[in-house]
Design a protein around this ligand. Sequence first.
Ligand code: G6P
Length: 608
Amino acid sequence: MCGIVGFAGRKQAAPVLMDGLKKLEYRGYDSSGVAVIDGDGNIEVVKAKGRLQSLIDKTDGDKTLHGSVGVGHTRWATHGEPNDVNSHPHLSRDGKFAVVHNGIIENYIELREFLIVRGYEFRSETDTEVIAHLLEYYYGGDMLDCMRKVLNKLVGSYALGVLYSGTPEAFYAVRKDSPLVVGLGDGENFVASDMPALLRHTRRFILLGEGEIVRVAADSVDIFNRNMEKVEHEIVTVDWDEATAEKNGYPHFMLKEIHEQPRALAAVLSRIKGDEIVLDNVKFTADEIKNIAKINIIGCGSAYHAGIIGKYFIERVCRKPVEVDLASEFRYRKPIIGKNTLTIVISQSGETADTLAALREAKRLGSRTLAVVNVLGSSIAREADDVLYTLAGPEIAVATTKGYTTQVAALYLIGLYFAGVIVSIPSEEYAGLLNSLKNLPAAVEEILAAPEKIQYLAAQYAGARDVFFIGRGMDYASALEGALKLKEISYIHAEAYPAGELKHGTISLIEKGSPVITVAVDPDLFEKTLSNAVEVATRGASVIAVAAKTNARIEQKADHTVFIPECSPLIAPVLTAVVLQLFGYYVAAAKGLDIDKPRNLAKSVTVE
Ligand code: G6P
């Protein structure tokens, strides 16, 4: 949700800022802007509504901006519609401070009033503009002291990049509940909302802590805590290359990331060592595992769907009760957290505002917390008691694919690891599941090697107005994720239902030719699901089945069937997901849509 980049060096800042913004566009893409400062302290600001290209055009391909220190922003509007005025950076009244912001200032109305009575006038409808004016108001000769005073006034979440005309050699940045990393170069330094945005320049990063302020110049990076004490952080070196943030010949990041799943799954599953599961940063004693009385799983969007799979799996193999909640609901339902409750929070980005808040609420209520997160050093990863990284690598497309399947795989590892400790399933079943997990990358490879049928079906149904997805048990969770994938990138109305539920109302929407994607993988529930498929077919629906080979009888009733490779039914949702990801992708491709940046969405939702 909004991307920030900052640069201090000796060369022209604008091309570096534009390149960084291009990589961050997935975070928001309704408008963008940059501010640069030259050696004399002159600040130049250019902003443009629309995609980054409008900004590049407006600056004659960055040529019109000359300073070698600057900050940039790509926006996902919260306060004020996307237009040139509401775009960031925002300037103070005297033009000496420029600010870019990711997050929300919750008390901005109060701060606006505070400033208006002191003679400040507002140009935009944003919450951010208050920060620019507050900087001017509080500046008394020392920039760090000024930042501290301003931050003390702000309630909400923010990552900020700030230029001040009095210090043309440096820019300032700070983060609280919104991501920001510092990139270290040679005679140049950077900040960005995520690491991939800077991979062209560096692989050495510092992960800023909560509330920390950084002063970034070409040859120095100084970090201060809220009390203005200097702090030192270790340098994190990542081994990703620039290609991880490029499409590498694929037409879209989404397709590239779908194809990265065998590798990503192999990485997350590398915790299987022979017959054992070794979870690096998950430190439970055997007694602690045995004493877990209840597990809560929390996430948003696809992470929530992964949580539903996790619930079915963990309940089945550990025989412990599991509840799944959407993070935005969990916080406000006054959850009952007992002494031995474990809360698992799932988040690809590790920054989703609702998930972070739910994690804090669970901790406040006394729960032990375990994070399943992809982004290294993200807020959720840092704040949870234990963390299991999903090791999917950077995910750029807004619609998650490898992020999701690796979350599911991580939950399998947790469930099976616990089951091994408490000996809740027979050893043959344990071994069988472990085996299926080990085979997952190859099974996904098999689907990716032959996408033609899915491509054909996608072309057939790309004109549909509504698509229904049905399934039972874990197949229902797969249906939810399949429907989300389809609707978010193809803009086709898609709804998922437990297969037995459709007839309680929604079946009235079924008419001749309505596509009903029927997930029929679970052998125990197959007969029931088959009946439900027949019910809709009888009413004219066109049934497209995604099925296990053991359920081949569905072919007689379905209009089309896609079989997944052989796999334990408990592990198969990963394979179903890949089929449905490809379906969604090819439908959107057939419609010629902007697959990596669907309308109205952002990848990392750092507002509630
Ligand atoms: C956004 C993304 C979804 C994602 C959800 C949760 O809505 O578009 O794809 O599932 O956030 O994100 P997280 O980073 O917490 O997994």
